[in-house]
Design a protein around this ligand. Structure first.
Ligand code: CMC
Length: 423
C-alpha cells in the first residue's frame, strides 16, 4: 500500500501527492496547492506542531516512554535526576555523568536572598502558591545576566541546571510563606526529593525523613517529568519560539499548567472527593456528571483512550505511602468512583479512564501537602520536560516563531459610525 496521500483542490483541479511518514504528512502540501488555503484545527486536535524525539505516547494502548524507555521501568529502577538527564541529553547518564549532574544540580539549589525576602514578601498572606510559583519563575530570570544568551550553549546549560535545581526551593518557599513559617535553606547532603521534603517540613533543625516517602516523591517526580506536546509544553515552545529566555518561557508553561483542565486537576479531584463526601453519594454524583452538571475530574485525556499508565503506577505508590501515613479516607470514594465509572456506558463509550491526577492528589494529601500545593508539585519535575523541549526547539532548523493563522469570521469592512448616530 502506498504511504502517500493525494489532495485535490476541486476549485482548480490541481492535485498534490505527498508521503505519509510516521502517520504524518506535511502541511506544505496544502501550501503548494494554494498558499492562502489553511486547515481549521481548533485545539490542534489533528496537528503535529513539531518533530520530537523526547517522549512517545500511544494513547490507544496506554503506553508512555521517555527516550524509548518504558515509564514503568524508569519509575521502578531510576531516580528523578537520572530521568531529567535522560530527557535533556537523550541517553541515560553513565556513573561519572550522573555524579557531575547530581553535583551541579545540588550546588545550584540556593536562590538569591532578594527572592526569599523582598520578592516573596510582596504577596498577600493567603496568595495561592501556584500563582507565586509562576511569578517566581519569571522573576528568577532577572537575577542572571546570561538568561537571555540563548544562542550560547554553555549559558543555556547553566540556565537549565539553575531552573531544575531551584524549582524545589521556590516551591517550598511559596508554601512556607503561605503557611507563615520560616524558610528552610537547601541542603547539599541529601537526595533531590529528600531536599524538597526537608525544605517543606523541617522545623528548626528537625525533620525525620522516611525513605518510603522519599521514594514516593521521586516516583511522582519521574511520572510527571514529561508528557510530550501538552498545553504547558506547547506554551513553553510557543513562548520559547520568540527567543524569550527560558525563565519567562517556563513561567508561561507553568501558567498553562495552573489551569484545572491541565495540572490543576489533581487539586480539583480532592475538592470533588470532599464534596462527594461518602461512598453512598457516588451513584448520584456519577448521574450528575452524565447529566452534564460537571466533569468527573481525574478522568479522561486528550490522548489516552485507555488507562493512563502513570495512574496505574500512582495507584500502587498510594498504597505504599498509606502504609506509612495511614489510609487517606478519600481513597474509598475514589475507588468506588473508578469502579462505577469503568462499568458505566457513558464513560466506556467515550473511553474515559483515570488519568495521572486521579490518585496523585490522595498521595499528596496523605503526605501532608495542602491542595493548593498540588500543581506546584507537578511543576517541579515538569520543568525538566519543558527545558528538554525548549532545547529541542532551539536546535530544530525547521522551527520558526510560532504564529498560527486564523479563520476570520468577523464583519466585512464598514464605515465608522459617529457616537451621535449610535443607538
Ligand atoms: N467527565 C465527564 N465527561 C467527560 C470527561 C470527564 N472527566 N472528560 C471528557 N468527557 C466527555 C465530554 O463531555 C465529551 O462528551 P460528548 O462527546 O458527549 O460531548 C467527551 O467526553 C470528549 O471530551 P472532550 O472534552 O472533547 O475531550 P478533550 O480531549 O477535549 O478533553 C480533558 C480532555 C482532559 C480536558 C477532559 O477529559 C477533562 O476535562 N477531564 C477532567 C479534567 C482532568 O482530569 N484533567 C487532567 C488531564 S491529565 C493531566 C494533564 O495532562 O494535564
Amino acid at each position: 500500500m502506498a504511504e502517500t496521500i493525494t489532495i485535490t483542490d476541486d476549485r482548480t483541479g490541481q492535485t498534490v501527492t505527498v508521503p505519509i511518514e510516521g502517520g504524518v504528512f506535511p502541511a506544505s502540501a496544502i501550501r503548494s496547492l494554494d498558499p492562502s488555503l489553511f486547515v481549521y484545527d481548533p485545539a490542534y486536535m489533528q496537528t503535529a506542531s513539531c518533530k520530537s524525539a523526547i517522549t512517545y505516547l500511544d494513547g490507544e494502548n496506554g503506553i508512555l516512554r521517555y527516550r524509548g524507555y518504558p515509564i514503568e521501568q524508569l519509575a521502578e529502577k531510576s531516580t528523578f535526576l537520572e530521568v531529567a538527564y535522560l530527557l535533556l541529553e537523550g541517553e541515560l547518564p553513565n556513573p561519572d555523568q550522573l555524579a557531575t549532574w547530581t553535583h551541579d544540580i545540588t550546588h545550584h539549589t540556593f536562590i538569591h536572598e532578594n527572592m526569599r525576602k523582598r520578592f516573596v514578601d510582596g504577596f498577600h498572606y493567603d496568595a495561592h502558591p501556584m500563582g507565586m510559583f509562576v511569578s517566581a519563575l519569571a522573576a528568577l530570570g532577572t537575577f542572571y545576566d546570561g538568561a537571555k544568551d540563548i544562542d550560547d550553549e554553555e549559558s543555556r546549560q547553566r540556565q537549565v541546571v539553575r531552573l531544575i535545581a531551584k524549582t524545589p526551593t521556590i516551591a517550598a518557599m511559596c508554601y512556607r510563606f503561605s503557611a507563615g513559617l520560616p524558610f528552610n535553606y537547601p541542603s547539599n547532603d541529601i537526595s533531590f526529593p529528600a531536599n524538597f521534603l526537608s525544605m517543606m517540613w523541617k522545623i528548626g533543625d528537625e525533620y525525620e525523613l522516611n525513605p518510603v516517602l522519599e521514594k514516593a516523591m521521586d516516583v511522582l517526580f519521574i511520572l510527571h517529568a514529561d508528557h510530550e506536546q501538552n498545553c504547558g509544553t506547547t506554551a513553553m515552545r510557543v513562548v520559547g519560539s520568540s527567543n524569550a529566555d527560558p525563565y519567562s518561557s517556563a513561567a508561561a508553561a507553568a501558567s498553562a499548567l495552573y489551569g484545572p483542565l491541565h495540572g490543576g486537576a489533581n487539586e480539583a479531584v480532592v475538592r470533588m472527593l470532599n464534596d462527594i463526601g461518602s461512598i453512598e453519594n457516588v451513584p448520584a454524583f456519577i448521574q450528575s456528571v452524565k447529566d452534564g452538571e460537571g466533569r468527573l475530574m481525574g478522568f479522561g485525556h486528550r490522548v489516552y483512550k485507555n488507562y493512563d499508565p502513570r495512574a496505574k503506577i500512582i495507584k500502587q505508590t498510594a498504597y505504599d505511602v498509606f502504609e506509612v501515613t495511614g489510609k487517606n479516607p478519600l481513597l474509598d470514594i475514589a475507588l468506588k468512583l473508578e469502579e462505577v465509572a469503568l462499568q458505566d456506558p457513558y464513560f466506556v463509550d467515550r473511553k474515559l479512564y483515570p488519568n495521572v491526577d486521579f490518585y496523585s492528589g490522595l498521595i499528596y494529601q496523605a503526605m501532608g501537602f495542602p491542595v493548593e500545593m498540588f500543581t506546584v508539585l507537578f511543576a517541579i519535575p515538569r520543568t525538566a520536560g519543558w527545558l528538554a523541549h525548549w532545547q529541542e526547539l532551539l536546535a530544530d532548523k525547521e522551527q520558526k516563531i510560532s504564529r498560527p493563522r486564523q479563520w476570520y469570521v468577523g464583519p466585512e469592512t464598514r464605515d465608522y459610525v459617529p457616537m451621535s448616530s449610535r443607538s
